[in-house]
Design a protein around this ligand. Structure first.
Ligand code: SF4
Length: 123
């Protein structure tokens, strides 16, 4: 398998192969790239970022992010769950929006605080 390491901006071109002796990673400039290549072959995961719809007309959505990488086969289901929501404000940055989303083990958390427009000061 050919892939580009996304751990740092160097973007090393990795070759990852399953051999009788185990997983062989070449093209990496450091150990983090070797680990990334192994993980991509065995259990690829990604941090999920998205937005959740709100009921507030002035702030129609709030950004969210998974608190840990989620297995790639689960990501579409996680996104469908996130996009199915319609939440009321206020929300606080770091608070959990969905715990253990789709049994992934990851919590989906708000990336920013947002208050209802009705409570904002008039200019
Ligand atoms: S292998 Fe190491 S140096 Fe190369 S992109 Fe990955 S983390 Fe960066």
């Amino acid at each position: 398998m050919e892939l580009i390491c996304i751990v740092c901006p160097n973007g090393c071109h990795l070759t990852v192969n399953q051999t009788p002796a185990g997983i062989a990673v070449t093209g990496n400039k450091c150990n983090r790239g070797e680990q990334y290549g192994r993980d991509e072959l065995i259990d690829p995961r990604r941090t999920v970022t998205a937005v959740v719809r709100t009921t507030d007309f002035k702030h129609p959505c709030v950004p969210v992010k998974s608190d840990r990488p989620i297995a790639k086969p689960l990501i579409n289901e996680v996104l469908r769950k996130i996009y199915s929501l319609h939440i009321d404000l206020p929300v606080k940055r770091g608070d959990i929006c969905i715990d253990n989303c789709c049994n992934s083990g990851a919590a989906i958390c708000y990336s920013r605080s947002l208050f209802p427009s009705s409570t904002e000061r008039q200019a």
